[in-house]
Structure formats: structure tokens, C-alpha cells
Design a protein around this ligand. Structure first.
Ligand SMILES: Nc1ncnc2c1ncn2[C@@H]1O[C@H](COP(=O)(O)OP(=O)(O)OP(=O)(O)O)[C@@H](O)[C@H]1O
Length: 252
């Protein structure tokens, strides 16, 4: 099998004295969608945030073990965190566009990187909005404030904002849980297209969503990775009793 694009090796994370991740070993092959599932508080979001060092922003966090992105040790002291977050981008649960135009939202990262060429910016806007499956809805309103869009449209603009800087990995933390079913469906369809070009890792509470969109599913429980496998196998033939109990609704 090819080298994974991301992997964690014996990853532990403590919030103060509380151990939230207890030695996670998980590999992600390039492209496709991996869903991280498990009951509330099991460490899914904490794990996701470790992959692009978002936990660095939280006080009193201790992390041991390794996270590798390609050949780079994500936690090496000389890691360029801005560059890492460009390669490993993140979309949050609540759509969080900036209070600017749709166009300015999408090019935000490119502007920060010093890109000035209007043609380059225009092309990036169109490409990213198309990939986020919202171009047709907003192409005549690019200078409208992004906050005037619906929640589902805002979330797709947020996805476009991440895609504009050409990441390789897209992390999503419950990207549809704040959205209505129709908007959630549109985001799911969008992710199903993005899986061909990006390595998509998404946290979800919604087991039906994991089974609809994920190629692979990882089940977490109380800070441990209990089982990871092909999604169909996970849902049809789980290998661990805890997985079976969780997916059959016996807890969580
Ligand atoms: N900033 C923080 N400070 C202290 N403890 C935290 C912090 N963030 C999370 N925790 C704790 O770490 C554990 C894992 O939380 P995490 O948010 O990763 O779980 P989760 O599986 O994503 O949960 P949910 O599905 O409810 O979002 C929980 O016990 C939580 O209370």
C-alpha cells in the first residue's frame, strides 16, 4: 500500500491532567473520505484538531507521540504552522464566514499569502466556488456580504475559502450539524465530489451520514480508537463489541 498522506503514531493528548486521547495510531491514505464517529466527548474533535495543530491555541494542552503529514513531523519545533494549515485546511461546525463579500472570503488566504494578480484571484474564486458546489448560486452576487447567505450556502463558501489555497487534506468538524436536512444533503454531495481530489477527514455524530459518504470509518470511545475499517464492513460486520453496541444504538 502507498505511504499514507497523514498518520498518527501513539498520539496522546492531555487537557491539564485529563487524558483525552490515549495513544491513537491511525493512517490516512490519499483521497477519499474518512469519517470519525463515536459518542459525545470521546475525543473525535480533539483528534481532528491535532492533525493541523489547532489544539496549540488551547492553554494547558500536552501532546505526545507523532503526527506525520507526508514526510513532515507536524509537531517538530520548526514546523511552519501557517503553511501546515494551508495544506491541511479546516472547516468548522458553525459556518464562520468573515463579514466581507463572498469574493473576499474566498480569496482571504491568497491575499494573506500576498497574491495580488486579479486574474489569479478571479480564477481561484471561480474554481473554489465550483468545487464547493456553490458557483451557480452566487456567481452574480460575488460582492454581496457572505453573511447574507443561508447557513448551508455560508458553509459552502467556508469550504471554498479553504479550497482556494489548494490544500491536500480537508478536515471538517461536524460540518452539517448546524444545518437543515436539505443543506446537509448538498454538503454531503459536495464532499462526495471533493473526495476525488482531496483527502477528506470528517467528524460526524450522524451514523447515517458516515455510512452514506465515508469510504472508511474510525470509531472512537473514551479517547481510544476502537476500530477502523472500510465503512461498509464497519456497519455490516463490526469486529468489536463496543462498535456493534454503538452502531446499533445501545449507547451514545
Ligand atoms: N478545551 C478543552 N479543555 C478541557 N477539556 C476539553 C477541551 N476540549 C475538549 N475537552 C474534553 O476532552 C474530551 C474530548 O472532547 P472532544 O470535544 O474531542 O470530544 P468529541 O468526541 O468531539 O465530542 P462532541 O461529539 O461532543 O463534540 C471531553 O471529555 C471534553 O470535555
Amino acid at each position: 500500500m502507498a505511504l499514507p498522506i497523514m498518520s498518527t503514531d501513539n498520539l496522546h493528548l492531555f487537557y491539564g491532567k485529563k487524558e483525552a486521547l490515549k495513544g491513537i495510531n491511525l493512517d490516512f491514505q490519499e483521497k477519499g473520505i474518512t469519517a470519525l464517529i463515536g459518542p459525545s466527548g470521546c475525543g473525535k474533535s480533539t483528534f481532528l484538531r491535532c492533525l493541523n495543530r489547532m489544539n496549540d491555541l488551547i492553554d494547558d494542552v500536552t501532546i505526545t507521540g507523532n503526527v506525520m503529514f507526508k514526510n513532515q513531523n507536524v509537531y517538530a519545533p520548526d514546523t511552519d504552522i501557517v503553511a501546515l494549515r494551508k495544506e491541511v485546511g479546516m472547516v468548522f461546525q458553525q459556518p464562520n464566514p468573515f463579514p466581507f463579500s463572498i469574493y473576499e472570503n474566498v480569496i482571504y488566504g491568497l491575499r494573506l499569502a500576498g497574491v495580488r494578480d486579479k486574474q489569479v484571484l478571479d480564477e481561484a474564486v471561480e474554481r473554489s466556488l465550483r468545487q464547493a458546489a456553490i458557483w451557480d448560486e452566487v456567481k452574480d452576487d460575488l460582492h454581496k456580504n457572505a453573511l447574507a447567505l443561508s447557513g448551508g450556502q455560508q458553509q459552502r463558501v467556508c469550504i471554498a475559502r479553504v479550497l482556494a489555497v489548494s490544500p491536500e487534506v480537508l478536515l471538517l468538524d461536524e460540518p452539517t450539524s448546524a444545518l437543515d436536512p436539505v443543506s446537509s444533503h448538498v454538503i454531503e454531495e459536495t464532499l462526495l465530489q471533493l473526495r476525488y481530489d482531496y483527502t477528506v477527514i470528517t467528524v460526524t455524530h450522524n451514523l447515517q451520514q458516515a455510512s452514506r459518504i465515508a469510504d472508511r470509518t474510525a470509531f472512537f470511545l473514551q479517547g481510544e480508537l476502537i476500530e477502523v475499517s472500510d465503512t461498509k464492513k464497519m456497519f455490516m460486520d463490526p469486529q468489536k463489541q463496543q462498535t456493534q453496541d454503538y452502531i446499533s444504538g445501545r449507547f451514545g
